[in-house]
Design a protein around this ligand. Structure first.
Ligand code: ADP
Length: 235
């Protein structure tokens, strides 16, 4: 069953089209990686799925079981966000805010945050200040926060940007586990196409002159894949 279906979707800023006539669908259990050059509209697409950016054409349909406020989002990190002065616990708890009915966190929400901190191995530093953590630890905190908002769908915008290869591999393993074992559908923006292929079952490649959407196998043999994966495309 499709969780999200985009049909002829277009998004424009001040009349300039950034996402043009894009169609693709995400099924339950999928891990879709969105790749493409800088400026090809990856973050804009993520924001339009979240309802943060207005679409200018086409439509985004959510399946009966998924609502826009039930999507867990890990935004691209900026230098300013890395210095955010809050504790790990506070940041993870803030993932519950979208669905709260009262201004106070309930026992259920606190339990959910604790569960997700345990799942991501960050319980030991829940009282520490976020800005003191390493880049990899910060991404785990943001992933735990995103999980508080969802049981179904995670949108991850460049989750491994700026991380060293060992921490990148650890984070990829975590994302793979959340997708394959915990059955959470994942849509991830990445510049790391080979790394993405290890996690994804489908690739969406955005390009200012068109796009590709299909399985990893189809991508490897496509003109897009051949260009971007080079000689190793059929390995
Ligand atoms: P990507 O994530 O692939 O790097 P973006 O979605 O961030 O691409 O940006 C796509 C294009 O839209 C770029 O040319 C960028 O400058 C432009 N853009 C992004 N956000 C805005 C905005 N808020 N207002 C105007 N233009 C924007």
């Amino acid at each position: 069953m499709s969780l999200i279906s985009c049909k002829n979707l277009s998004v424009a800023y001040d009349g300039k089209t950034v996402v043009n006539n894009l169609s693709f669908s995400v099924d339950e259990g999928d891990a879709v990686c969105i790749v493409g050059e800088n400026g090809s509209g990856k973050t804009t697409l993520m924001k339009s799925l979240l309802g943060l950016v207005k679409t200018s054409g086409g439509c985004i349909e959510f399946s009966d079981g998924l609502f826009q406020n039930e999507i867990g989002y890990l935004p691209q990190q900026t230098e300013v966000q890395k210095d955010f002065p809050a504790s790990v616990n506070e940041i993870v708890m803030s993932g519950c805010l979208n669905k709260m009915k009262s201004p106070f966190f309930s026992k259920k929400e606190k339990a959910k945050a604790n569960f997700n901190m345990e799942l991501l191995g960050i319980t030991d530093f829940k009282k520490r200040c976020y800005q003191e953590l390493s880049g990899g630890q910060q991404q785990r905190v943001l992933l735990a926060r995103a999980l508080c908002a969802t049981k179904k769908l995670l949108l991850l915008d460049e989750p491994v940007a700026g991380l060293d290869p060992i921490v990148t591999a650890e984070l990829y393993e975590l994302i793979k586990k959340l997708n394959r074992k915990d059955k959470i559908t994942v849509i991830m923006v990445s510049h790391d196409i080979p790394g993405s292929m290890d996690i994804a079952n489908k690739i969406l490649h955005l390009n200012n002159n068109g796009s590709f959407f299909g399985t990893c196998e189809e991508y490897k043999t496509s003109d897009f894949g051949k260009n971007f994966l080079g000689g190793g495309a059929n390995d």
